[in-house]
Design a protein. Structure first.
Length: 348
């Protein structure tokens, strides 16, 4: 069991950046009737989402968020010791996007930079990785940049993916802080790798002319080999089964009083599925906030996006975050958000 704690690290601030272009699922032209679109929205909860313009990458959204966050925190850029970029939609296959971002942000060349190519669980995994660099105090400050532009990866003729995924980037500032603590549960099962996958374009099945050909499945969805495929039935079963089980294990292992946890930030995958998880864990509706109605499923960015859409004061608040999906993988963290946190959402 990957259950562990990291001490002496706190979140100082979170800023999310979303594109200004709004795509409404009632008007996206994918559904044959308005009734079909309304049924999709009622089940998934996703009424609209944001799409990045052509030429705008995940890194652009994250840089916008990071610049805004550093300014609001009044953190000098030469004090950033480490930058980790969590994304499945990098600028290039090579080099790592984090190193490009380091230069564009004007961070010192001594800044440690590397990418983590994770999806839905990526925010929690990123927190665990970056925190381990800061916990002994030798490094003091770090940036976790997380996000994806999955609208560019989905086929506009695929009802299983295109209406779900939106684009967003986020920046989270972490710093050494004696006495702070985060509890984690990280989990993975590679036997389910095919349930959410872009099957072509890598080195297992390299890109070819055939990778661009749209093929129709039994449900009438059309996608090419370079588009995202998702087995919705398997992912749903994973969510209400394994994710719920790992959350219960996490709560029991760390002796958590659920009533003392103000918010459970779930990955914004599907309203119906998340509500089932909430009910199985026996949480109140007020404890589980949502952002998917306005921003859709933004992959690894859903947790910070949800945090930054809230108007409530998060200072001195105990929260649990749970990301789950592609891999298959799960990341869960419990922390107390201290005083002075920056929490904001901006448009690109």
């Amino acid at each position: 069991m990957a259950l562990f704690s990291i001490e002496n690290v706190r979140i100082a601030g979170v800023v999310s950046a979303v594109p200004s272009q709004i795509v409404n699922n009632l008007e996206n032209g994918l559904f044959s009737t308005r009734e079909e679109a309304e049924k999709f929205i009622s089940i998934t909860g996703i009424a609209e989402k944001r799409h990045a313009d052509e030429g705008v990458c995940t890194s652009d959204l994250c840089i916008k968020a990071a610049d805004d966050l550093l300014e609001k925190l009044d953190w000098p850029k030469d004090e950033i010791d480490i930058l980790i970029m969590v994304t499945q939609t990098p600028d290039f296959p090579v080099p790592n996007t984090s190193i490009i971002v380091q230069d564009k942000l004007g961070l010192p060349k001594s800044t440690i930079c590397f990418d983590v190519p994770l999806g839905c669980s990526g925010y929690v995994y990123g927190l665990s990785i970056l925190s381990q660099f800061l916990q002994n105090g030798n490094l003091k400050k770090g940036l976790l940049l997380v996000g994806d532009t999955l609208s560019k990866q989905c086929s506009p003729q695929d009802k299983a993916t295109y209406p779900l995924f939106g684009d967003a980037g986020s920046a989270t500032a972490l710093e050494y802080s004696a006495g702070s603590k985060m509890d984690f549960n990280l989990w993975s099962d590679g036997s389910g790798f095919g349930d959410i996958i872009v099957p072509e374009g890598g080195y297992r099945k390299p890109f070819s002319e055939e990778s661009l050909i749209l093929k129709e499945d039994k449900d009438g969805n059309k996608r090419a080999g370079i588009n995202t495929y998702m087995n919705g039935t398997n992912v749903f079963s994973f969510g209400i089964g394994t994710v719920t089980q790992e959350l219960k294990l996490f709560i029991e292992h760390f002796g958590i009083d659920k009533e003392q946890v103000k918010y459970f930030y779930f990955h914004q995958a599907n309203r119906f599925m998340n509500d089932m998880i909430r009910k199985k864990i026996k949480l109140s509706p007020e404890q589980v906030p949502y952002s998917l109605d306005r921003y859709g499923n933004t992959s690894s960015a859903t947790i910070p996006v949800t945090m930054t859409t809230q108007d409530s004061d998060l200072e001195d608040t105990e929260v649990i975050m749970c990301g789950f999906g592609v891999g298959l993988s799960i990341g869960i963290v419990r922390m107390n958000i201290g005083k002075g946190i920056i929490n904001d959402l901006i448009e690109y």
